[in-house]
Design a protein around this ligand. Structure first.
Ligand code: 5RP
Length: 255
């Protein structure tokens, strides 16, 4: 899942497991197909992998294996494991991903889910990504909280952690002994906001992104992922990424 640059652009398309047919991911195959050539890994659920990912696409799969709550619940933290390790192996995925909800009513349950997944993964050599989920409480995303959640995930044995970017993100990175990638979160106001987020996260020590809505909810998703790749793999600035986005969206960059 890691590019030779040592970093990764993971394309997150697993939102349907709790959001249903969310905007621009109503038909997962249509959304995913044009983006696959630019993704170092594709984050999906078992159902989308089976129904909407063509085996010939040849992209590493990061399989979402936690769930159990939907957006109809006020508290999204009541999750369990939704896929066995045996099926993850059978589906030939490269890693499995699970949310933990630190500081919620289901903190212990989700941390023990992670511990079980790491144990099961050890049996078969399957890497585990922990996701420091915040549910609907987006305001939780600060360095103190995310630093705690990421560290807990690493201590329990996650091989990699996905978290959110925040002010003082280098504190989160420094306190987490395994690689971190950042999610994009709900769609930001401008493309420049997304490029700044990715650039600042990389500058603070992130190993890449696992980004969804800010790519595929954009009117020019391929241009977005190309620009993000330039930041993650080539160290492009946010301004250079904006130029790549503009040129690609205008059809001036076709590869
Ligand atoms: C959904 C997830 C998403 O994969 C994660 O939030 C990244 O997607 P986005 O960039 O849209 O936030 O974990 O539960």
């Amino acid at each position: 899942m890691m590019n030779p640059s040592g970093n990764s652009v993971m394309l997150a398309c697993d939102h349907g497991y709790f959001m249903g047919p969310t905007r621009k991911l109503e038909n997962p195959r249509e959304t995913i197909k044009p983006l696959v050539p630019y993704a170092d890994a594709l984050a999906v659920t078992r159902g989308v992998l089976r129904s909407s990912v063509d085996p010939t696409w040849n992209v590493p799969i990061l399989l979402r294996v936690s769930g159990g709550s939907s957006i109809l619940q006020q508290d999204l933290s009541d999750e369990g494991l939704t896929v066995s390790m045996a099926d993850a192996v059978r589906l030939n995925v490269c890693a499995v991903a699970i949310s933990i909800f630190v500081g919620t009513a289901h903190e212990k349950q989700t941390l023990l889910n992670l511990a079980k997944l790491v144990d099961d993964g050890q049996e078969v050599g399957m890497p585990v990504m922990a996701i420091t989920a915040v549910g609907k409480e987006l305001e939780k995303r600060d360095a103190r909280y995310l630093g705690l959640a990421c560290r807990l995930a690493a201590e329990i044995g996650a091989n990699m952690v996905k978290t959110y970017y925040c002010e003082d993100f280098s504190r989160v990175v420094e306190g987490c002994p395994v690689p971190l990638v950042v999610a994009g979160g709900p769609k930001l106001n401008t493309e420049a906001d997304v490029f700044n987020l990715a650039h600042d996260a990389m500058g603070a020590g992130a190993k890449g992104v696992d980004m969804g809505r800010n790519i595929w909810q954009n009117d020019h998703p391929v241009a977005m992922i190309k620009a993000i790749r330039a930041i993650v793999h080539e160290g492009a600035s946010a301004k250079e990424a904006s130029d790549i986005f503009a040129a690609s969206a205008a059809g001036k960059i076709t590869v």
